[in-house]
Write a protein that binds this ligand. Structure first.
Ligand code: ISL
Ligand code: CA
Length: 562
C-alpha cells in the first residue's frame, strides 16, 4: 500500500453560494467560509473542495466561467480568497478548486472573439459547424440540459456545440493553443498555493472526429439522441490527461479527482492507475444513478440493495491495488443521501449514521457534502416555481412542449432527484433563514431547519455530527479504514450489507442494516471470529453480545475488530 495524504484525508465539499452569507445579500461568500473554519476543524475534515468561485454570469451557478483567474464578485475578492487559503493552511486543511474546462461561458472573452468572425484567431478555441443539408443543426445530439446541443450564432451563420446549456459552449481540446492556455491557468492557481483540482466532466473533453449523429435507434421523444458514444471518454481523453500531468500536475504535490460520467471500473483503472500519470481518483456515477426510470432522474423507481452491492463491490475489488476510489453518495448535483439511500423521516439520524459508517469504511477517499454531517434532507417545495436550477427549469419548458410528463409528474421527480435538493442554504441554527443570511436567501431554506441545524447538532452528543466526528477520528487512527481490502459477505441479502476489511494482521467486520425493519443477522460459517471488539455503533450495543444470531435494529450500523 502506497500512503498518500489524499488517500487518508476526508474531503468536505462546499457549495459557496449556499454555505454562509456574511454581508446580507442572500448569497454565501468566501468570508463566510473563512468564518466557519473552526466548525470544519472541529468536524475533523482535512481537505476542502470548493465548487466554482470564478467570475461567471451564473447561468449554471458558476459552471459557466467568464474569467478563470478572477473571483465572482458576489463571493468576494482575490484578497478574500488569499485570506481563506492561508487560514485553511494554518488550520491544517488543504484546498482543492473546481476546474471547469470542458466548456466556458459564452461571455468569456475567448468566445466573444471566437464568434466575431470565421477568421478570428480564437475561432478554433470552440467547436463550430455549418448546418446540415436540410439547414438544421449539424447533428442530432441532445444536450445534458434538454434541447439540441447546438446553437446557431447569427454573426457567422454557424452553429457552436454546447453539451450543457447554450451559455456553456464546449472548448475545442483538439487545439493545442487552447490546451496550453488551460495548463498555464492551472499553474497560476498552483503558484497561489492551492492543493489540487476537482475536474468537471473531464471525460467529455475529447470528441470523435466529424461529430457524427447518433443512430436512429437512440432518437427519443424530443427527436434528439444521446450522443455519448461520440463524446464520453473520447479517443484522445487519456492523451490529454497525460499531457496535463506532464505539463502541470507532475510539478506539484497535487490532488486530482475527475468527474467522469458513464465509466466502468476498467476505465477507472486507466484514469487512476499508479503508473498512468493521469488522475488520483474519479467520481463514477453508477451507484447514484440507481433507480432511474424511462426519463432518467425525472422518473424515479425503486432500487434494490443487491444492485448497490453489485456496483460498489465491482468498484471496490477492481480498483484494489490498481487505482483509487472516491466515495460519495451526494454532492451539489445529487439528492441528499439520507433522502435517497436512507430514511429522511422516522430514522433520519440512524440512517444518516449508517450511510456514513458505510462510506467511511470503504477503500477510498470519502467526501462529505455540506449539511450531510447534520443529516440535511431533500426539500419538498410545493411548486416548480420555487426551484432555481436551470436543469429543472429547462426540463419544465421541455415537457410543456413535448407533453412527455405532466407538471405534477415532473414535480414528483424533482422532489426525489432535483439538484436544488442539495443547494438549499446550510442550516446553521433555528433563527430566521436558518442563520444562513440576514437578508433574503437566493434559494429558499428547507422548512425543517428548526429541527435540523448545526447549533442543535453541536449540543446533542448523540447527533449525526458527533457520529461523523468519531468516524473521522477513527479514520485518522486506523489505516485499515482507508486502505483495508473490502470483502463482501451475504451478497444476496436485500436488507443487510455486511463486509470485512483486512489490512495485514488487522481485520474488521462491518454490519449495516439498510432497511427500516429489525433484521436477523446470522453469522456466515466462513466468517471466523478471533476476537470481537466493538469499535463503533449507531445504537447502544451490549458489548458482551456474541455475534451468532443477532437482531439488527432499523438502519443499525456496527463496526467490530475481529
Ligand atoms: O446533474 C446531473 C444529472 O442530471 C449531471 O448530468 C450533471 O450535469 C453532470 O454530472 C455534470 O455535472 C457537472 O457539470 C455541469 C454542472 O452543471 C454540474 O453542476 C457539474 O457538477 C456542467 O458544468
Ligand atoms: Ca454574501
Amino acid at each position: 500500500m502506497e500512503r498518500k495524504w489524499w488517500k487518508e484525508g476526508v474531503v468536505y465539499q462546499i457549495y459557496p453560494r449556499s454555505f454562509y452569507d456574511t454581508n446580507g445579500d442572500g448569497i454565501g461568500d468566501l468570508k463566510g467560509i473563512t468564518a466557519k473554519i473552526p466548525y470544519l476543524k472541529e468536524l475533523g475534515i482535512t481537505i476542502i473542495w470548493l465548487n466554482p468561485i470564478y467570475a461567471s454570469p451564473n447561468d449554471d451557478n458558476g459552471y459557466d466561467i467568464s474569467n478563470y483567474q478572477a473571483i465572482l464578485q458576489e463571493f468576494g475578492t482575490m484578497e478574500d480568497f488569499e485570506e481563506l487559503l492561508s487560514k485553511l493552511h494554518k488550520a491544517g486543511i488543504k484546498l482543492i478548486m473546481d476546474l471547469v474546462v470542458n466548456h466556458s461561458s459564452d461571455e468569456h472573452p475567448w468566445f466573444l472573439e471566437s464568434k466575431s468572425s470565421e477568421d478570428s484567431p480564437y475561432r478554433e478555441y470552440y467547436i463550430w459547424k455549418k448546418s446540415n443539408q436540410d439547414g438544421g443543426e449539424p447533428n442530432n445530439w441532445r444536450s445534458f440540459f434538454s434541447g439540441s446541443a447546438w446553437q446557431l450564432d447569427e454573426t457567422t451563420g454557424e452553429y457552436y456545440l454546447h453539451l450543457f446549456s447554450k451559455k456553456q459552449p464546449d472548448l475545442n481540446w483538439e487545439n493545442e493553443k487552447l490546451r496550453h492556455e488551460i495548463y498555464q491557468m492551472m499553474q497560476w492557481w498552483f503558484e497561489k498555493g492551492i492543493d489540487g483540482f476537482r475536474m468537471d466532466v473531464i471525460n467529455l473533453i475529447s470528441k470523435v472526429e466529424g461529430l457524427p449523429s447518433a443512430g436512429k435507434d437512440k432518437v427519443g421523444f424530443d427527436g434528439l439522441a444521446w450522443g455519448g458514444e461520440y463524446f464520453v471518454t473520447g479517443p484522445r481523453t487519456h492523451e490529454y490527461l497525460q499531457e496535463m500531468h506532464r505539463e502541470v500536475l507532475s510539478k506539484y504535490d497535487a490532488m486530482t479527482v475527475g468527474e467522469t460520467c458513464d465509466v466502468t471500473p476498467e476505465d477507472g483503472v486507466l484514469f487512476t492507475g499508479k503508473d498512468r500519470d493521469e488522475l488520483n481518483m474519479i467520481f463514477q456515477f453508477e451507484h447514484v444513478n440507481l433507480g432511474q426510470g424511462k426519463e432518467g432522474k425525472w422518473t424515479p423507481k425503486p432500487w434494490k440493495l443487491t444492485e448497490l452491492k453489485e456496483i460498489m463491490d465491482k468498484w471496490q475489488t477492481k480498483l484494489h491495488g490498481k487505482g483509487w476510489n472516491s466515495l460519495y453518495f451526494n454532492n451539489h448535483d445529487q439528492p441528499r443521501q439520507v433522502s435517497k439511500f436512507g430514511d429522511d423521516k422516522v430514522y433520519r439520524k440512524e440512517s444518516a449514521k449508517m450511510l456514513a459508517t458505510y462510506l467511511h469504511t470503504l477503500e477510498g477517499t470519502p467526501y462529505i457534502y455540506q449539511g450531510e454531517e447534520i443529516g440535511m434532507t431533500n426539500v419538498y417545495f410545493e411548486e416548480l416555481k420555487h426551484y432555481k436550477d436551470l436543469e429543472i427549469l429547462n426540463k419544465w419548458e421541455e415537457i410543456k412542449q413535448t407533453g412527455s410528463l405532466t407538471e405534477k409528474e415532473l414535480l414528483e421527480g424533482v422532489h426525489v432527484n432535483g439538484r436544488d435538493n442539495a443547494r438549499t442554504p446550510m442550516q446553521w441554527n433555528a433563527n430566521r433563514h436558518a442563520g444562513f443570511t440576514t437578508g433574503e436567501p437566493w434559494l429558499g431554506v428547507n422548512p425543517n431547519y428548526a429541527v435540523i441545524n448545526v447549533e442543535e447538532a453541536l449540543k446533542d452528543k448523540d447527533s449525526v455530527f458527533h457520529y461523523y466526528k468519531k468516524l473521522l477520528e477513527l479514520r485518522k487512527k486506523h489505516l485499515i479504514m482507508a486502505y483495508g481490502q473490502y470483502e463482501l459477505l451475504l451478497k444476496e441479502d436485500e436488507q443487510l450489507y455486511v463486509y470485512t476489511k483486512t489490512l495485514e494482521e488487522e481485520r474488521w467486520l462491518v454490519l449495516l442494516n439498510f432497511s427500516n425493519q429489525k433484521v436477523l443477522f446470522e453469522r456466515p460459517r466462513q466468517l471466523q471470529l478471533m476476537r470481537q471488539e466493538l469499535i463503533l455503533s449507531n445504537y447502544k450495543v451490549d458489548e458482551k453480545e456474541v455475534l451468532e444470531k443477532n437482531i439488527l435494529k432499523p438502519y443499525e450500523a456496527r463496526i467490530y475488530r475481529i
